[in-house]
Design a protein around this ligand. Structure first.
Ligand code: CDT
Length: 309
């Protein structure tokens, strides 16, 4: 048995006016609750330190940069790292990263139980658009504010297992899970900010959002025999509603813990990394069963090429 008690720290809304200091204080409260419940790993959402700012159109780069962190930890986040180290809890959370070279990424990190950063991931699949779109009910400007991640989907050996990360829209793409699956991933940590309503005309209803959220994480977990910890920033940020529905999914694809609110809420499960072994040795034993001679277009081709009439 390789059991890790995981806390999924769903966060309720963070308003535009809320400071990092206020938000980090909320994250520390969730961390304290996780300690009391025996957790040794706590996972927070995408862009956990601020409101989901890509919904706001900005032209002034100096204003944009106020939403980014130039160092991690920095003065506002150091207390979170300190408390995590005191508790002996590893943490993973998302934030907007501004590198010393001036590059902007939607990033998440993972620490060990001593508060050292042991893994970094930069979001690969950036949804939305890059220019103001008057036809939308609200903006989704990730393509304006972030570069696509340049690190691929790395995995890291830590806490006695193999861990990977992805961020929000990445969870909708089977390639995300499979690239990590091919590196033996046993637990994928992911945070998300998903609007409850569509910004464009759509046939999709609000309940479809929660259905798709489950569908993609359950299938990603099952098809790669890995734990998936999917954690939302939820509720209404400055009038814009987002789904909750944070989940812990086992390597069999079953939901073992699920948030019931759209607020700060800790979901907890004792995850045994050895539960990944059966699927990885049987139906999803990639080395025995995959037929890569037929998969070439997945990496050679981006869009759809239909056959001729
Ligand atoms: N943050 C993020 O990536 N959100 C996107 C919104 C897409 S609109 C359905 C997501 O995939 O949840």
């Amino acid at each position: 048995m390789r059991k890790i008690i995981v806390g999924g720290a769903q966060m309720g809304p963070i308003q535009k006016a809320d400071s990092r200091v206020q938000t980090v204080a909320r994250m520390i409260m969730l961390l304290d609750e996780a300690k009391a419940k025996g957790c040794t790993l706590v996972v927070y959402p995408e862009l956990a330190l601020t409101t989901f700012f890509p919904r706001w159109y900005m032209e002034d780069q100096a204003e944009v940069d106020t939403w980014f962190e130039r160092e991690m930890p920095g003065p506002d986040t150091q207390p979170l790292f300190d408390r995590a180290r005191e508790h002996g809890i590893a943490i993973s959370f998302g934030y907007a990263e501004l590198t010393p070279e001036g590059l902007h990424y939607n990033t998440s990190i993972l620490t060990d139980c001593e508060g050292n950063i042991v893994a970094e991931y930069r979001k690969v699949h950036l949804p939305g658009h890059s220019e103001f779109d008057a036809d939308r009910a609200f903006q989704h400007l990730e393509k304006r504010y972030f570069l696509p991640g340049d690190l691929g989907f790395p995995v890291t050996r830590t806490m006695g297992g193999i861990f990977g990360m992805c961020i929000c829209n990445d969870r909708r793409w089977p390639e995300t899970y499979r690239v990590m699956g091919l590196q033996g991933v046993e637990m994928i940590l992911l945070g998300y900010n998903t609007p409850s309503v569509n910004s464009q005309k759509s046939t999709e209803g609000p309940s479809d959002r929660l259905f798709h959220n489950k569908l993609v994480m359950q299938s990603g977990a099952y098809q790669n025999s890995t734990w998936v910890i999917g954690i939302a920033k939820a509720g209404v940020e400055d009038g814009f509603p987002m789904i909750g529905g944070s989940l812990i999914v086992d390597p069999n694809g079953k939901v073992v813990a699920e948030a019931g609110t759209e607020d700060d809420e800790l979901i907890v499960h004792a995850c045994d990394l050895d539960d990944c072994v059966f699927g990885k040795k049987t139906i999803f034993d990639f080395g025995r069963h995959r037929r890569i001679e037929h998969y070439g277009i997945i990496s050679e081709q981006t869009g759809v090429i239909e056959p001729g009439e």
